[in-house]
Design a binder for this molecule. Structure first.
Ligand code: DGJ
Length: 712
């Protein structure tokens, strides 16, 4: 809904209202974000509240108006607003800005073309003009009736030469109050760990300066009203459709809480000549009255309906056998054929050849950029392997790391100036980053990939990225280093866009040393993302739990791997590995030839069971039941939208002797429907399952259970 009354704008989706207005002087004031309210005048919410020391803007129309306290939609700088500004730029007159409302327009979804963006919706554009310089800002608000996500972004246009130092995608001033902040932090092998803390006074800022959204901090932040919890209370989400360096801020000050974010302003600057403009990426502002669980479902629905590739999002996923943990770099065609034979026998449908198939790539110290098949390892090239897959009824997939270059590579020897940064520069995993800020380099890599994809029957590509950016400059630099990080991202998106457009039959999976770039920007191109290099079932359960706060289950690529686990050395039952992997887009990544006959039968059964519940993972609603970060148990349930079916997976971390009669209460079912729990042989009402619950099974360390639940 977009409703305009005079200069008041009331936006809404399924449950929320978002209201702001331009006051008589033209200041754009934020009035309300929360549960749906009537479309009426709520301008009293922004009553002037002049405090001692509050400055008056030079052209103030009311003696008690100050930008120091006025709740704003997009904060300016240097005219009395002491909170951090949403936008900052240098003109010949200095840095101060003072925006006034100039008008609005409503149109079909207006998107930032060169960036990943929301699909569908109506957009309200608000035109602002700086009274101090020839600069305009347009704020975009895109709504979708079927969702509680409001998408915002901003565009800045210069009528004179300016240097933009910060241009956030969104900003709003929420009313003062007690909130907790929830963010998803982490590291390699331990991505997206939820961390909830009270929002104290001052600035709470999360972000990444790594040129990628990163393992360390996800571009997502939630504000939970005091007392809100997993299943109840008002919560607000702020996520970015962006995969590069970012910032999300919640600044608690004297009168309110400013929440804003977008591209990180650390090291950022962008020269705009008169007549040029800059478009910030989109942000997803979400609201739920049903706690974090509700917010997660709002995001999951929105991402599936409006971000992920529509032709892929709900389609059954390939069940892959990936050779990485099976062979690492040590393979040849016969060894891979043996893996393919076994995978076909067990019911997998796509073989994915991971790192090491190209150039002189015998280890991770060389050959990135040399995208020619290594025929010493793969006699006859990819052809015989692909033929072998076809004979076995399997499809073929291939790994690339398009953005990288090794020092020891033909590409680097030919084009040392294609690496990002000038000497001395940092290596990471013994590799450099290719300068994707230069379109001719992106073109070259596209050419190499297109050549391989065009000449072979390849149905799947895994796009990896195994280091972060350090020196943010191009060797072809025009002295505009501040633009580099974002121009790099534009190059990444341009390549992904072009590959998807020209190879529509290829399924693209994203990856970044595990889940290092797991964000809505990447999910626009890749329907699933490798969730983490940590495939240990116990750790994975936690990682998938954290990831589910902001992303749908179907976006998480999850593999069953070997034990002892290569990352943790832990031994978990094969059933546990299968169950945890079945909570996402499942696959396998181990030497299948080493499985016993009994294990092979178990894998066959896992695949059959996965296909039978896959629709719940692709389309269902996720409810988190037992939090592995807070206790000894993990449990999640996926419920079909019509509430006739559900699939529950749980894990016992440590066996607790004689700890009987613990109950687990189910969620998401319909109280009055009767359900049959297949594994327990019980038929009970939803109300009983959700309130009285079921008894937790008695289990050993790291054992899991799965319950298939159907309306009786
Ligand atoms: C990191 C990925 O996360 C792994 O799955 C694997 O593809 C390696 N890179 C290969 O170098």
């Amino acid at each position: 809904m977009i409703s305009v009354t005079g200069r008041r704008f009331h936006l809404g989706g399924k449950q929320y209202s978002y209201v702001f207005e331009a006051d008589a002087a033209g200041y754009l004031l934020h009035l309300y974000f929360g549960p749906r309210i009537a479309d009426e005048d709520v301008s009293y919410l922004a009553a002037p509240s002049f405090l001692s020391f509050s400055p008056m803007p030079p052209d103030a129309v009311s003696a008690d108006f100050s930008l120091d306290t006025a709740p704003q939609e997009y904060g300016s700088y240097g005219q009395g607003d002491f909170r951090r500004p949403a936008v900052l730029y240098r003109t010949k007159g200095g840095r101060a800005s003072n925006f006034r409302y100039m008008g609005y327009e409503i149109c079909d979804n207006a998107v930032p073309e060169v960036l990943p963006h929301v699909r569908g919706g109506r957009t309200l554009k608000i035109f602002l003009r700086d009274t101090r310089a020839d600069v305009s800002v347009t704020l975009f608000y895109t709504v979708n009736e079927d969702s509680d996500v409001l998408v915002r972004h901003a565009e800045i246009a210069a009528g004179e030469n300016i240097t933009v130092e910060r241009v956030f995608s969104f900003s709003l001033d929420l009313p003062a109050g007690e909130y907790d902040v929830l963010r998803l932090h982490g590291r390699h092998l331990a991505e997206r760990i939820p961390c909830r803390t009270p929002l104290g006074y001052g600035l709470c800022r999360i972000g990444s300066e790594r040129g990628a959204s990163s393992h360390q901090m996800n571009p997502f932040l939630a504000l939970m009203e005091k007392g809100a919890a997993e299943d109840y209370g008002n919560v607000y989400g702020f996520g970015l459709i962006y995969s590069g360096s970012f910032a999300l801020e919640a600044e608690r000050g004297q009168t309110d809480i400013r929440v804003q974010g977008g591209i990180s302003d650390v090291g950022f600057s962008w020269e705009l000549a008169a007549g040029e403009k800059f478009t910030a990426p989109q942000a997803m502002l979400a609201y739920s009255s049903a706690g974090m669980g509700g917010l997660s479902r709002v995001y999951a629905d929105f991402l599936r309906a409006h971000i992920l590739p529509p032709e892929r999002v709900y389609a059954p996923r390939p069940i892959v056998i990936n050779n990485w943990e099976a062979t690492y770099f040590d393979f040849d065609t016969p060894a891979l054929c043996r893996l393919i034979d076994e995978a076909a026998e067990l019911g997998m449908d796509t073989f994915v050849l991971d790192d090491g198939w190209f150039g002189a790539r015998s280890d991770d110290h060389r050959a990135l950029g040399d995208w020619q098949v290594n025929t010493k390892k793969l006699a006859g090239g990819l052809g015989p392997l692909i033929e072998h897959c076809k004979k076995r009824g399997m499809k073929f997939g291939l790994w690339f790391e398009p953005e990288m270059i090794s020092e020891d590579s033909d590409l680097f020897r030919a084009h040392p100036d294609w690496a990002v940064g000038v000497e001395p520069r940092c290596k990471s995993r013994d590799q450099y980053v290719l300068d994707f800020s230069r379109p001719e380099i992106v073109d070259f890599i596209y050419g190499r990939m297109a050549d391989i994809l065009g000449r072979h029957e390849i149905s799947y590509v895994k796009w990896d990225m195994n280091r972060h950016l350090t020196e943010f400059c191009s060797q072809a630099s025009s002295g505009r280093e501040g633009e580099f990080a974002h121009r790099y991202m534009l190059g990444v998106y341009a390549l992904a866009e072009r590959l998807e457009r020209n190879f529509p039959a290829v399924f693209f999976e994203g990856c970044s040393g595990g889940g290092g770039r797991f964000d809505a920007g990447m999910l626009y191109y890749f329907p699933q993302f490798w969730t983490s290099d940590d495939t240990d079932a116990f750790e994975r359960a936690k990682i998938q739990w954290g990831t589910s706060y902001a992303y749908p289950m179907s976006a998480m690529s999850c593999h069953v791997s070997a034990c002892p686990n290569h990352q943790t050395g832990r031994v978990t039952p094969l059933a546990a590995r299968g169950h945890i992997a079945s909570l996402g887009a499942t696959g396998y990544e181990l030497d299948l030839n080493k499985l016993s006959a009994e294990e092979k039968e178990a894998v066959k059964a896992q695949i059959r069971a996965y296909r039978a519940t896959e629709d719940l993972i692709l389309r269902g609603d996720l409810y988190r039941l037992l939090d592995p970060f807070e206790g000894n148990y993990f449990a999640e349930i996926a419920v079909s939208k019509d509430k006739t079916r559900a699939y529950l997976v749980g894990m016992t971390a440590r066996a607790v002797p004689s700890d009987y009669n613990r109950r687990i209460r189910l969620k998401g079912l319909e109280e009055n429907k009767r359900y049959h729990v297949r594994e327990l042989g019980l038929t009970l009402h939803g109300s009983t399952l959700m309130h009285a619950g079921l008894l937790l099974p008695k289990q050993h360390d790291y054992e899991t259970w799965a319950w298939h639940i159907e309306e009786a």
